[in-house]
Design a protein around this ligand. Structure first.
Ligand code: GEK
Length: 243
């Protein structure tokens, strides 16, 4: 896995292009996500524990928008139920190639199937665990309900969906506070004001955050019987939806 430091937005850019998961991003991705998403490693470890608890014998565990496979590897090292398979999906070639390399160096034995595909097009079946770790936020809002309904239908009874997202807040004062605290978090991680503001512009209209209650309501409408936050650090939350 690459250990290069993220400095993609460190110098002033004449034009800030919309954010893309290309080779440049992939080469700094582990550092970027670690220093940008508060609580990222805690969430990754917990995904392993949740998979250990929820993976059913003979079932599939999906990592949708898997990037370099941090959640896939975490699950792979904790699943002990027999005959499980992990399906890892991302539509960035560079990410899937990076994950392939990471898997080649990994010693765990649970089979992992890789798909370089849009997560909306993937067939979901016999799923005991579905992970959307900071991925749904990149799917157009209009497609989210149908996509989550399809996931729900492909899940086994007793299955779990782990949904981690950047949140927005209905109350403008709360929204401004949480956004400021996230920027302070990034500064404490070594990002400059310029890096923070150029990255924010690049993500505008690419990462669409919603409120917790929008997520909760949509998941309940999709059929899930219970939806709660299990972890939150400022405006970054991880939710559990139970079938
Ligand atoms: C982790 N889960 O480290 N189809 C497939 N992949 C997509 C799509 C799509 N429509 N849209 C975006 N992606 C990872 C981190 S990163 C989050 C997830 C972030 C992919 C995109 O290529 C990228 O790899 C990932 O979703 C989002 O636990 O960078 O903030």
């Amino acid at each position: 896995m690459s250990d290069r430091k993220d400095s993609l937005y460190a110098t002033p850019l004449r034009k800030i292009e919309a954010f893309k998961f290309d080779q440049a991003v992939v080469s700094v991705f582990p550092d970027m996500i670690q220093r940008s998403v508060p609580g990222y490693s805690t969430i990754i470890s917990a995904i392993g524990l949740l998979a250990e608890r929820f993976a059913q014998p003979g079932s599939r565990c999906y990592d949708l928008g898997c990037s370099l496979g941090a959640a896939t590897l975490s699950m792979r090292h904790r699943i002990s139920a027999p005959d499980c398979k992990i399906i890892a999906v991302d539509n960035s070639d560079a990410m899937i190639e990076g994950l392939q390399q990471n898997l080649a160096q990994d010693s765990a034995t649970v089979p992992v199937e890789l798909h370089c595909q849009d997560i909306r097009d993937i067939e979901i079946k016999s799923a005991s665990v579905v992970v959307l770790n900071f991925t749904l936020q990149f799917i157009p809002v209009a497609d989210r309900a149908a996509f989550l309904h399809k996931i729900y239908q492909g899940m086994l009874p007793g299955g779990i969906l782990i949904l981690s997202e950047k949140l927005k807040y209905a109350d403008p004062r709360q929204h401004a506070l949480q956004t400021d605290m996230h920027h302070l978090f990034k500064k404490a991680q070594g990002y400059s004001d310029l890096e923070i503001s150029q990255k924010r512009s690049a993500l505008e209209n690419v990462l669409i955050a919603e409120t917790f209650s929008s997520h909760q309501q949509r998941l309940l409408n999709a059929g899930f019987s219970s939806v709660e936050v299990w972890f939150q650090y400022f405006n970054f939350a991880s939710m559990l939806a139970l079938k």
